[in-house]
Design a protein around this ligand. Structure first.
Ligand SMILES: Nc1ncnc2c1ncn2[C@@H]1O[C@H](COP(=O)(O)OP(=O)(O)OP(=O)(O)O)[C@@H](O)[C@H]1O
Length: 355
């Protein structure tokens, strides 16, 4: 196992990249601690696969270095990096038994047969495949086959990291949760560094201790699920994480105060607002917005039932502001005022939080 460091990493698929958009990965500095459970989360095209391929050695970055425990592996081929990968589609040998599939990575490395047997049985027990060891893999369902792929990643004791690339894509929705919990449990037992790549926030937030959020080839935040919720570092994180996402409202800054639509809005960032210029916005999650006697004047435009609470959509001019209202609490018929919880209302400049 190893700590993985990405140092000034950048990648472009173009021979002469000029504009920032020519880079699939912009300059990126990141540490993946030994034994961590990470999710790499971002929308399609943000650079997740490019980043994985650079870590696994399938792709050489245009700029920067990859270090494993401080050693430069940027130009080391994949087979010398000791990385296991689990892909979207299970990679199994259909004609082999489940046992032989699990044993394959070890036999390939000439591990003594007694050790192979011990390790295969140990892993099979962890992933609930013991009763199937003698079956041919061809007869298994998609989730059974994906468990084999997972088992083949876990069976080696020399791996630095296991990378999962959207591993639940082909799994039935009702089994996704089971496999996800299994992965979390395996991480807690084995403490191998795991990187779980997904565009699905639920998968990321339930699996990972730390989530790396990417957008447009950049890492926009690394944090615990709570940090991403409570203090999004970028409006993209606020939008992308949460359901519904954070309200992002244009604001002006005057004399150290934020104004939205002519109304002063107290924010958590108040003391740092004096010198702020550029495109400024207020970010506040629907969970921290309430109806009040005074505040931002709005019209209620839509109410949707979401079980124990309702999602209320309001409008102030062109801007839409959403809030959550508990079951049984009143909702004004049309004109109303909103108050934002000051400690959870942040100011953003050009997308980034004003600290
Ligand atoms: N082989 C390639 N040649 C040229 N451009 C590429 C290549 N692979 C990826 N790209 C581009 O690089 C950017 C990042 O792509 P990448 O596949 O890493 O994103 P992703 O987040 O993994 O997306 P997805 O979730 O759809 O797989 C995209 O703009 C993509 O079009």
């Amino acid at each position: 196992m190893a700590k993985i460091t990405l140092e000034n990493l950048g990648h472009s698929y173009m021979p002469n990249p000029q504009a920032p958009s020519d880079w699939a990965l912009k300059q990126l500095n990141l540490d993946w601690d030994d034994g961590g459970a990470y999710a790499l989360l971002g929308p399609s095209g943000c650079g997740k696969t490019t980043l994985l391929s650079i870590i696994s050695g399938l792709l050489t970055p245009s700029a920067g270095r990859v270090l494993f425990d401080g050693q430069d592996v940027t130009h080391l081929p994949p087979d010398q990096r000791h990385i296991a990968q689990v892909f979207q589609f299970p990679v199994v040998y259909d004609t082999m038994t489940v046992y032989d599939n699990l044993a394959f990575p070890l036999r390939n490395r000439h591990v003594p047969e007694a050790d192979v047997d011990r390790r295969v049985r140990e892993i099979a027990e962890m992933i609930d495949l013991t009763h199937m060891l003698k079956k041919r893999a061809a007869g298994l369902t998609a989730d059974g086959k994906q468990k084999i792929s997972l088992g083949r990643g876990l069976v080696r004791s020399d791996v630095n990291v296991i990378m999962f690339d959207e591993p639940l894509t082909v799994i039935d929705p009702h089994l996704k949760w089971l496999l996800r919990s299994k992965l979390k449990e395996l991480h807690q037992r084995l403490k191998i560094t795991m990187i779980y790549v997904t565009h699905d926030q639920t998968e990321a937030l339930t699996f990972a201790d730390r989530v790396v959020v990417m957008n447009l080839g950049e890492v926009v935040q690394v944090g615990t699920p709570v940090e991403l919720f409570e203090r999004p570092q970028h409006t993209f994180v606020g939008h992308f994480i949460g359901s519904p996402g954070m309200n992002v409202l244009p604001c002006t800054i005057r004399e150290g105060k934020a104004f939205f639509d002519g109304t002063a809005v107290p924010t958590a960032t108040e003391s740092s607002l004096d010198a702020v210029s550029g495109r400024t916005e207020i970010g506040v999650r629907p969970e921290f917005v309430n109806f009040a006697d005074k505040g931002v004047p709005v019209r209620v435009t839509k109410v949707s039932d979401a079980g124990r609470f309702r999602i209320v959509e309001t409008r102030a001019g062109e801007a839409v502001i959403k809030l959550l209202v508990n079951e049984g609490e009143g909702i004004p018929a049309d004109d109303a005022h909103l108050a934002f919880a000051q400690s959870h209302t942040q100011v953003y400049r050009d997308g980034w939080i004003v600290a």
